[in-house]
Design a protein around this ligand. Structure first.
Ligand SMILES: [Zn+2]
Length: 307
Protein backbone atom coordinates (compact mmCIF):
# COMPACT_ATOMS: atom_id res chain seq x y z
CA UNK A 1 0.00 0.00 0.00
CA UNK A 2 1.31 3.44 -0.92
CA UNK A 3 1.40 5.92 1.94
CA UNK A 4 1.43 9.61 1.10
CA UNK A 5 3.00 11.96 3.62
CA UNK A 6 3.87 15.63 3.92
CA UNK A 7 6.39 17.21 6.28
CA UNK A 8 5.07 20.46 7.73
CA UNK A 9 7.79 21.91 9.93
CA UNK A 10 8.18 19.48 12.82
CA UNK A 11 4.91 17.74 12.00
CA UNK A 12 4.07 14.90 9.62
CA UNK A 13 0.74 14.63 7.85
CA UNK A 14 -0.33 11.30 6.35
CA UNK A 15 -3.21 10.70 3.97
CA UNK A 16 -5.30 7.60 4.57
CA UNK A 17 -7.51 6.86 1.57
CA UNK A 18 -10.75 5.13 2.47
CA UNK A 19 -12.01 4.70 -1.08
CA UNK A 20 -11.95 6.01 -4.61
CA UNK A 21 -15.41 7.07 -5.69
CA UNK A 22 -16.82 5.30 -8.75
CA UNK A 23 -15.84 7.40 -11.79
CA UNK A 24 -18.61 9.80 -12.75
CA UNK A 25 -20.74 9.19 -9.63
CA UNK A 26 -20.33 12.74 -8.36
CA UNK A 27 -20.31 14.50 -11.75
CA UNK A 28 -23.05 17.10 -11.57
CA UNK A 29 -22.41 17.95 -7.93
CA UNK A 30 -20.74 21.12 -9.21
CA UNK A 31 -23.30 22.07 -11.86
CA UNK A 32 -21.02 24.24 -14.02
CA UNK A 33 -18.32 21.54 -14.25
CA UNK A 34 -19.51 19.82 -17.41
CA UNK A 35 -17.11 17.35 -19.07
CA UNK A 36 -16.29 20.00 -21.72
CA UNK A 37 -15.27 22.51 -19.04
CA UNK A 38 -13.31 19.91 -17.09
CA UNK A 39 -11.42 18.93 -20.27
CA UNK A 40 -10.55 22.59 -20.88
CA UNK A 41 -8.64 22.78 -17.56
CA UNK A 42 -5.51 20.95 -18.60
CA UNK A 43 -3.91 20.50 -15.19
CA UNK A 44 -6.86 18.46 -13.84
CA UNK A 45 -5.94 15.42 -15.96
CA UNK A 46 -4.82 12.79 -14.98
CA UNK A 47 -4.80 13.38 -11.22
CA UNK A 48 -8.27 14.85 -10.74
CA UNK A 49 -10.17 13.96 -13.91
CA UNK A 50 -9.93 11.52 -16.80
CA UNK A 51 -9.54 12.38 -20.46
CA UNK A 52 -13.26 12.34 -21.27
CA UNK A 53 -13.89 15.04 -18.65
CA UNK A 54 -15.39 12.88 -15.91
CA UNK A 55 -14.11 13.88 -12.47
CA UNK A 56 -12.20 11.76 -9.94
CA UNK A 57 -12.89 11.87 -6.22
CA UNK A 58 -11.51 10.01 -3.20
CA UNK A 59 -12.62 9.86 0.42
CA UNK A 60 -9.56 10.71 2.53
CA UNK A 61 -8.65 11.21 6.15
CA UNK A 62 -5.51 13.08 7.16
CA UNK A 63 -3.50 12.17 10.24
CA UNK A 64 -1.53 15.07 11.71
CA UNK A 65 1.29 13.85 13.98
CA UNK A 66 2.86 16.65 16.03
CA UNK A 67 5.15 14.33 17.96
CA UNK A 68 3.00 14.96 21.06
CA UNK A 69 -0.44 14.34 19.58
CA UNK A 70 -2.01 12.30 16.79
CA UNK A 71 -4.96 14.18 15.30
CA UNK A 72 -7.15 12.66 12.58
CA UNK A 73 -9.10 15.06 10.39
CA UNK A 74 -12.38 13.51 9.19
CA UNK A 75 -13.34 9.88 9.41
CA UNK A 76 -14.76 8.70 6.09
CA UNK A 77 -17.87 6.58 5.57
CA UNK A 78 -16.95 3.65 7.83
CA UNK A 79 -17.67 -0.03 7.36
CA UNK A 80 -21.10 -1.61 7.60
CA UNK A 81 -23.04 1.64 7.82
CA UNK A 82 -26.55 2.16 6.38
CA UNK A 83 -26.82 4.88 3.75
CA UNK A 84 -30.27 4.80 2.11
CA UNK A 85 -29.48 8.13 0.43
CA UNK A 86 -26.09 7.02 -0.90
CA UNK A 87 -26.55 3.29 -1.58
CA UNK A 88 -23.16 2.75 -3.26
CA UNK A 89 -21.53 3.39 0.13
CA UNK A 90 -23.98 1.19 2.04
CA UNK A 91 -22.43 -1.61 4.13
CA UNK A 92 -18.91 -0.87 2.92
CA UNK A 93 -16.00 -3.13 3.78
CA UNK A 94 -12.85 -1.10 3.09
CA UNK A 95 -9.33 -1.65 4.50
CA UNK A 96 -9.23 1.83 6.10
CA UNK A 97 -7.80 0.59 9.40
CA UNK A 98 -5.20 -1.45 7.51
CA UNK A 99 -4.27 1.76 5.68
CA UNK A 100 -3.93 3.51 9.03
CA UNK A 101 -1.74 0.64 10.27
CA UNK A 102 0.37 0.95 7.11
CA UNK A 103 0.93 4.57 8.06
CA UNK A 104 2.15 3.40 11.47
CA UNK A 105 -0.90 4.09 13.66
CA UNK A 106 -3.12 1.78 15.70
CA UNK A 107 -6.66 2.96 16.55
CA UNK A 108 -5.60 3.51 20.17
CA UNK A 109 -2.83 5.89 19.05
CA UNK A 110 -5.33 8.52 17.87
CA UNK A 111 -5.80 11.31 20.43
CA UNK A 112 -8.34 13.51 18.65
CA UNK A 113 -10.66 13.09 15.68
CA UNK A 114 -11.66 16.47 14.22
CA UNK A 115 -14.87 16.43 12.19
CA UNK A 116 -15.01 19.24 9.63
CA UNK A 117 -18.78 18.72 9.41
CA UNK A 118 -21.44 16.14 10.13
CA UNK A 119 -22.03 14.44 6.80
CA UNK A 120 -22.06 10.68 6.35
CA UNK A 121 -18.76 10.48 4.45
CA UNK A 122 -16.85 12.33 7.20
CA UNK A 123 -17.91 10.63 10.43
CA UNK A 124 -18.20 6.89 9.71
CA UNK A 125 -14.99 5.62 11.29
CA UNK A 126 -15.90 7.21 14.61
CA UNK A 127 -17.60 3.90 15.41
CA UNK A 128 -17.27 0.25 14.42
CA UNK A 129 -19.22 -2.87 15.39
CA UNK A 130 -17.90 -4.97 18.27
CA UNK A 131 -18.13 -8.77 18.39
CA UNK A 132 -21.68 -8.51 19.75
CA UNK A 133 -22.73 -6.24 16.88
CA UNK A 134 -22.93 -3.03 18.92
CA UNK A 135 -21.51 0.23 17.61
CA UNK A 136 -18.55 1.26 19.75
CA UNK A 137 -15.84 3.94 19.38
CA UNK A 138 -13.19 2.87 16.84
CA UNK A 139 -10.53 5.02 18.46
CA UNK A 140 -10.91 4.20 22.16
CA UNK A 141 -8.65 7.00 23.42
CA UNK A 142 -9.73 9.73 21.02
CA UNK A 143 -11.94 12.69 21.77
CA UNK A 144 -14.16 13.42 18.77
CA UNK A 145 -14.46 17.18 18.22
CA UNK A 146 -17.39 18.93 16.54
CA UNK A 147 -17.89 22.69 16.50
CA UNK A 148 -21.03 23.67 18.46
CA UNK A 149 -22.71 25.49 15.56
CA UNK A 150 -22.32 22.42 13.34
CA UNK A 151 -23.65 20.07 15.99
CA UNK A 152 -26.69 22.25 16.68
CA UNK A 153 -27.49 22.62 12.97
CA UNK A 154 -27.21 18.84 12.60
CA UNK A 155 -29.62 18.13 15.47
CA UNK A 156 -32.07 20.84 14.32
CA UNK A 157 -31.57 21.08 10.55
CA UNK A 158 -33.01 23.78 8.30
CA UNK A 159 -35.20 22.68 5.39
CA UNK A 160 -33.33 22.31 2.10
CA UNK A 161 -35.13 22.35 -1.20
CA UNK A 162 -32.94 19.98 -3.18
CA UNK A 163 -33.75 16.87 -1.23
CA UNK A 164 -36.69 15.02 0.34
CA UNK A 165 -36.53 16.26 3.92
CA UNK A 166 -38.07 13.13 5.48
CA UNK A 167 -35.47 10.93 3.76
CA UNK A 168 -32.70 13.30 4.80
CA UNK A 169 -33.89 13.30 8.40
CA UNK A 170 -34.02 9.48 8.43
CA UNK A 171 -30.47 9.33 7.04
CA UNK A 172 -29.23 11.82 9.63
CA UNK A 173 -30.78 9.78 12.43
CA UNK A 174 -29.12 6.57 11.18
CA UNK A 175 -25.80 8.37 10.97
CA UNK A 176 -26.24 9.68 14.50
CA UNK A 177 -27.09 6.24 15.90
CA UNK A 178 -24.30 4.40 14.06
CA UNK A 179 -21.46 6.91 14.21
CA UNK A 180 -21.98 9.75 16.71
CA UNK A 181 -24.06 8.34 19.57
CA UNK A 182 -21.56 5.55 20.42
CA UNK A 183 -18.89 8.21 20.91
CA UNK A 184 -21.26 10.41 22.91
CA UNK A 185 -22.26 7.53 25.18
CA UNK A 186 -18.61 6.69 25.80
CA UNK A 187 -18.05 10.28 26.98
CA UNK A 188 -15.69 10.97 24.07
CA UNK A 189 -17.72 13.54 22.11
CA UNK A 190 -16.65 17.15 22.59
CA UNK A 191 -18.87 19.93 21.30
CA UNK A 192 -16.39 22.81 21.11
CA UNK A 193 -16.38 26.54 20.42
CA UNK A 194 -14.87 27.36 17.02
CA UNK A 195 -11.81 28.97 18.55
CA UNK A 196 -10.98 26.02 20.83
CA UNK A 197 -7.25 25.20 20.58
CA UNK A 198 -6.88 21.62 19.33
CA UNK A 199 -3.17 21.21 19.97
CA UNK A 200 -0.20 23.57 19.60
CA UNK A 201 -0.01 24.28 15.85
CA UNK A 202 -3.45 22.87 14.97
CA UNK A 203 -6.62 24.96 14.88
CA UNK A 204 -10.07 25.01 13.36
CA UNK A 205 -10.65 27.51 10.56
CA UNK A 206 -14.20 28.69 9.84
CA UNK A 207 -15.33 27.79 6.31
CA UNK A 208 -19.16 27.90 6.43
CA UNK A 209 -21.25 27.41 3.31
CA UNK A 210 -21.22 23.68 2.66
CA UNK A 211 -22.86 23.36 6.08
CA UNK A 212 -23.69 26.01 8.66
CA UNK A 213 -20.80 25.21 10.97
CA UNK A 214 -18.25 23.75 8.56
CA UNK A 215 -14.63 24.13 9.72
CA UNK A 216 -11.43 23.30 7.89
CA UNK A 217 -8.19 22.70 9.77
CA UNK A 218 -5.04 24.85 9.68
CA UNK A 219 -1.75 23.22 10.65
CA UNK A 220 1.33 25.37 11.35
CA UNK A 221 4.80 24.34 12.48
CA UNK A 222 8.14 26.04 12.25
CA UNK A 223 7.03 28.50 9.58
CA UNK A 224 5.43 25.82 7.39
CA UNK A 225 1.68 25.32 7.01
CA UNK A 226 -0.99 23.01 5.64
CA UNK A 227 -4.76 23.29 5.35
CA UNK A 228 -7.19 20.36 5.32
CA UNK A 229 -10.25 21.40 3.33
CA UNK A 230 -13.13 19.15 4.35
CA UNK A 231 -15.91 19.86 1.83
CA UNK A 232 -15.13 23.57 1.70
CA UNK A 233 -13.38 22.60 -1.53
CA UNK A 234 -15.11 19.53 -2.91
CA UNK A 235 -13.05 19.10 -6.08
CA UNK A 236 -9.90 20.85 -7.43
CA UNK A 237 -11.93 22.39 -10.28
CA UNK A 238 -13.11 24.83 -7.59
CA UNK A 239 -9.51 26.05 -7.40
CA UNK A 240 -9.70 26.95 -11.10
CA UNK A 241 -13.20 28.39 -10.58
CA UNK A 242 -13.53 29.49 -6.92
CA UNK A 243 -17.06 30.82 -7.48
CA UNK A 244 -18.46 27.41 -8.35
CA UNK A 245 -20.12 25.84 -5.34
CA UNK A 246 -21.56 22.40 -4.77
CA UNK A 247 -25.24 21.78 -5.33
CA UNK A 248 -25.42 20.47 -1.79
CA UNK A 249 -23.96 23.58 -0.12
CA UNK A 250 -26.45 25.21 2.25
CA UNK A 251 -25.05 28.65 1.34
CA UNK A 252 -23.25 28.49 -2.03
CA UNK A 253 -22.47 32.22 -2.09
CA UNK A 254 -20.84 32.05 1.32
CA UNK A 255 -18.63 29.08 0.42
CA UNK A 256 -17.58 30.83 -2.83
CA UNK A 257 -16.61 33.99 -0.95
CA UNK A 258 -14.61 31.97 1.56
CA UNK A 259 -12.80 30.05 -1.20
CA UNK A 260 -11.73 33.26 -2.95
CA UNK A 261 -10.49 34.66 0.36
CA UNK A 262 -8.48 31.54 1.13
CA UNK A 263 -6.85 31.44 -2.31
CA UNK A 264 -6.01 35.16 -2.20
CA UNK A 265 -4.32 34.49 1.13
CA UNK A 266 -2.43 31.31 0.28
CA UNK A 267 -1.65 31.56 -3.46
CA UNK A 268 2.06 31.68 -4.10
CA UNK A 269 2.91 30.64 -0.53
CA UNK A 270 4.26 27.30 0.67
CA UNK A 271 0.94 26.32 2.30
CA UNK A 272 0.01 22.76 1.32
CA UNK A 273 -3.68 22.40 0.53
CA UNK A 274 -4.92 18.90 1.40
CA UNK A 275 -8.29 17.87 -0.01
CA UNK A 276 -10.61 15.52 1.82
CA UNK A 277 -12.00 14.45 -1.57
CA UNK A 278 -8.96 15.14 -3.75
CA UNK A 279 -7.77 12.11 -5.72
CA UNK A 280 -4.25 11.47 -7.02
CA UNK A 281 -1.62 13.19 -4.88
CA UNK A 282 -4.35 14.57 -2.60
CA UNK A 283 -2.73 17.94 -2.12
CA UNK A 284 -0.46 20.66 -3.37
CA UNK A 285 0.35 24.34 -3.43
CA UNK A 286 -1.99 26.96 -4.85
CA UNK A 287 -0.72 29.37 -7.51
CA UNK A 288 -2.50 32.12 -9.42
CA UNK A 289 -3.63 31.07 -12.91
CA UNK A 290 -5.45 33.77 -14.89
CA UNK A 291 -8.71 34.68 -13.14
CA UNK A 292 -8.51 31.57 -10.99
CA UNK A 293 -5.88 29.38 -9.45
CA UNK A 294 -4.14 26.07 -10.02
CA UNK A 295 -3.00 23.28 -7.73
CA UNK A 296 0.63 22.23 -8.05
CA UNK A 297 0.88 18.75 -6.50
CA UNK A 298 3.49 18.32 -3.79
CA UNK A 299 4.27 15.54 -1.39
CA UNK A 300 6.29 12.43 -0.86
CA UNK A 301 5.14 8.87 -0.81
CA UNK A 302 6.72 5.66 0.32
CA UNK A 303 5.71 2.02 0.49
CA UNK A 304 4.74 0.67 3.86
CA UNK A 305 6.45 -2.35 5.38
CA UNK A 306 3.86 -4.85 4.13
CA UNK A 307 4.10 -3.89 0.46
ZN1 LIG B 1 -17.82 14.93 1.79
Amino acid sequence: MRVQTWSVGEFTITKVVELSVEVGLLDGLIAEATPEVVKSVGWLCPDFAIEDGRTLWDVNSFVVDTGDAVVMVDAGCGNGKSFPMQPVWDTLDTPFLEGLAGAGYRPEDVDVVLLTHLHLDHVGWCATRDAAGRWVPTFPNAEVWVVREEYEAFRDPAEVEWVDSAALQAQRELMYQQSIRPVEEAGLLRIVPADAPVAPGIRLYATPGHTEGHHSVLVESDGASAFVTGDFIHHPIQIAFPDWSSRVDVDPAESATRRRALFEWCAGTDLVLLGTHFSGPGGGRVVQDGEGYRLVPVGASHLDADS
